[in-house]
Design a protein around this ligand. Structure first.
Ligand code: P6P
Length: 359
């Protein structure tokens, strides 16, 4: 017979199995106020969306019509995968009748989805990337969903959603769901970063780790080096530096959530610089960079465009993109030092050129 757990271990195991996401949110807030209950319910809804998407992903290879492309191009100019559409619809279905949100803003929708008249409306907005890393859907590699929650400010009477065009410090919660060997949900409501693992036998996300802190430095640099010749020289100089320095290793999966989760736990830096093709960067601010920046700052890390903290960037449009450098404090600072060095050299060159011009 398996050894029965010692009483203390038994109690710990039970306590842990009972620490569901919604209970953890209330514990974090140490409150049962209406706002606390709302936030707890919002996180619970996100967890439900994650479970439904995880179930689909786990069966995708066995079902007809689930994988592959729809044939459409989304607002990002990207070919749409069937799972992108499915996951987007899951979030809408999960929140439509929740009475918690008034709008959903998604990578997959040009305009925010407004909760219909015949449905209860709340004061929150969910911003999300339903499937991050779409290139991995048909090859059974890790994928993610990224989310941020903001409170509606003012009355969006003209459906312009202009109150969303504020910096990332307006987020009240953010996180991601990682669909990997196990499905994990990592979130913060501004009181540390906490991870939950889906226990399929319970159908619940159970607390895995609390108050995650990313190391100040890590050996990992995560970037698509196929874009090397499209970058600004400063990023090429950084890559040359790590190539010739001991103690660095490259990891890049094609799905940012998985790469950043690795960096959250082990340290290092993920970067997606602007390129010739996309000088403003590829990663979307409101529902990718900003939620991840919120999380990494809570874990003691940093997220920068190279010249500005991601959380300070004020978007001019819903689908604004940014250059992204995110991870351990020291590693983000190292990348920025190459940008600063390049800027100083260019400024010096300008001064010398101006000095040669006859007055
Ligand atoms: P590339 C997915 O579309 C994504 O936004 C991130 O998840 C991922 O890291 C990146 O794009 C991959 O882009 O240009 O390297 O294929």
């Amino acid at each position: 017979m398996a050894d029965a757990l010692q009483p203390e271990a038994q109690e710990y195991a039970l306590e842990r199995d009972c620490t569901t996401l919604s209970r953890h949110v209330l514990q974090q807030l140490q409150s049962f106020s209406a706002e606390a209950q709302d936030l707890s319910a919002l996180m619970n809804r996100i967890a439900l969306a994650g479970k439904i998407i995880a179930r689909r992903l786990s069966r995708a290879g066995l079902m007809e019509g689930v994988l592959g492309f729809t044939g459409d191009i989304n607002v990002q100019g990207e070919s749409v995968k069937k799972l992108d559409v499915y996951a987007n619809d899951v979030f809408i279905s999960v929140f439509k009748q929740s009475g918690l949100v008034c709008r959903l803003a998604s990578e997959e929708m040009e305009k925010p989805y407004y909760i219909p008249e015949n449905c209860p409306v709340g004061r929150y907005t969910l911003l999300y990337d339903p499937i991050d890393g779409s290139s991995n859907t048909d090859i059974n590699m890790s994928l993610g969903s990224i989310f941020a929650i903001r409170q509606q400010e003012g009355n969006d009477t003209d459906d312009s959603a202009s109150d969303l065009l504020r910096n990332g410090r307006k987020q009240i919660a953010a996180g991601y769901i990682l669909y990997g060997p196990s499905t994990m949900l990592v979130y913060s409501i501004g009181k540390g970063v906490h991870s939950f693992t889906l226990d399929p036998s319970l159908g619940e996300f159970i607390l895995s780790e609390e108050n995650i802190q990313t190391p100040k430095h890590g050996s990992i640099y995560s970037v698509n080096e196929g874009n090397f010749w499209q970058w600004d020289e400063s990023f090429r100089e950084y890559i040359r530096y790590v190539h010739r320095s001991e103690g660095y290793t490259a990891r890049y999966s094609g799905a940012m959530v998985g790469d950043i989760h690795r960096i959250l736990i082990q340290g290092g830096v993920f970067l997606y610089p602007g390129t010739v093709e996309k000088p403003e960067g590829k990663i979307r601010l409101l529902y990718e960079s900003a939620p991840l920046a919120f999380l990494i700052e809570q874990a003691g890390g940093r997220a920068s465009t190279g010249t500005e903290e991601i959380l300070d960037v004020v978007p001019e449009k819903l689908h604004q993109r940014t250059s992204l450098i995110i991870g351990s404090k020291d590693d983000v600072a190292l990348v920025e030092s190459f940008i600063q060095k390049q800027a100083a050299e260019q400024s010096e060159k300008m001064k010398r050129a101006q000095a040669r011009v006859p007055q």
